[in-house]
Design a protein around this ligand. Structure first.
Ligand code: TXA
Ligand code: MG
Length: 330
């Protein structure tokens, strides 16, 4: 057997070989929860068509409310069975799928994603991930798989199987261990409704690149017919245990410090712990390291994580968005 039962919980840690993927697919088809790697973060998967399975996600994560979830599918054909794609949605899908982009589109007649998975909305969030392990799993399941990030509600998103285990051991059936995720930040969420495109959550696909493909800027503001959307976009989210202080220009004793680039704020030498997201100032490298770094600095036992300024362009928009949520009052 290549699946070793994890100790001390009952959650299985499975390898990403044929057997591990097959076993994960069978567990999912049977209504169990399986965490799996995507190129963004680890997702906590459930059969999207089975509302009992979807409900288990909320129990496992300790999530207080029913947020709409992203349904993962292995390709555009499967996506179009679930949602209605207008010209804008098709253009974005062609440019960025498979990849770190989620499209919110009207539910297709005959769509199979359960009401609970969509939180009762008339729209559905769809994503074709780029990770070969995720794609192969989705092919084998043969149904859409809803998957929020595989962490306890409100905690930092997991970019390694060990992070998932730390949060969810004993609460889910299995984890497919695919090592570290490459992008490290969740997907960009774009709503393609009412013939318009709105950026609901910055993420792995940058605003600049998406707008270049669209040929116009994202819409701002709600359409008059539109229900308030993005109920999952809680202000406090991605939170480590420690408080987070942003744009720190000097570091106080006893703080842990998260650096970016070569500029080191005064006081850093006396910090309790320090980590640099990217010495060379690469936003890609920083995005990929962010959640792991927050977990690491949290483990140093500090009361405050001070974060040096990070540029807001490109992937910096999503990095700053996650840091703002980590810093929000709880
Ligand atoms: O990278 C990712 O997107 C990861 C991996 C696992 O794929 N998943 C993830 O899921 O981040 P979650 O549940 O943490 O975030 C889903 C986001 C929320 O912000 C939610 O509000 C939005 O998608 N969403 C889902 N369905 C929606 C809908 N019908 N209308 C508006 N927003 C929706
Ligand atoms: Mg999440």
């Amino acid at each position: 057997m290549n699946d070793l039962a994890s100790i001390p919980g009952q959650t299985l840690m499975l390898g990403i070989d044929e057997a591990g993927i097959e076993r994960s697919a069978n567990l999912l088809r049977g209504g169990a929860l399986v965490a799996f790697p995507t190129e963004t973060v680890y997702g906590l998967g459930a059969d999207a068509t089975d509302s009992d399975a979807v409900a288990r996600i909320y129990t496992a994560k300790n999530r207080p409310s029913f947020n709409p979830l992203i349904a993962h599918v292995p390709g555009l054909d499967a996506a179009r069975r679930e949602g209605v794609f207008d010209e804008i949605a098709l253009r974005l899908a062609a440019a960025f799928w498979p990849g770190p982009l989620t499209l919110v589109v009207p539910v297709a007649p005959g769509g199979t994603v359960s009401d609970l998975g969509r939180a009762g909305l008339p729209s559905v969030a769809l994503r074709v991930p780029a990770s070969p392990v995720a794609l192969s799993l989705l092919e084998k399941v043969g149904r859409p798989v809803v998957a929020p990030s595989a962490n306890r509600s409100g905690r930092v998103s997991p970019t390694r199987a060990e992070h998932v285990l730390a949060d969810l051991d004993g609460r889910i059936a299995a984890i497919l261990n695919g090592g570290s995720t490459s992008v490290g930040l969740e997907s960009t969420v774009i709503a393609c409704l009412y013939g318009r495109a709105r950026l609901l959550r910055p993420g792995g696909v940058t605003r600049e690149v998406a707008e270049a493909v669209l040929g116009f800027a994202f819409d701002t503001g709600n359409h008059p017919d539109e229900a308030p959307i993005g109920p999952g976009l809680l202000a406090s989210h991605y939170a480590p245990r420690a408080a987070v202080r942003l744009d720190a220009l000097r570091i106080e004793p006893d703080e842990a410090v998260l650096l970016f680039g070569r500029d080191v704020p005064p006081g850093t030498d006396a910090a309790k712990a320090r980590l640099n997201l990217s010495e060379t100032g690469s936003l890609e490298e920083a995005a990929s390291a962010l959640f792991s770094a927050l977990r690491h600095l949290d483990a140093a036992g500090t009361g405050i994580i001070a974060v040096a300024p990070i540029p807001r362009t490109g992937l910096g928009e999503a990095i700053n968005d996650r840091l703002r949520r980590a810093a929000a009052p709880r």
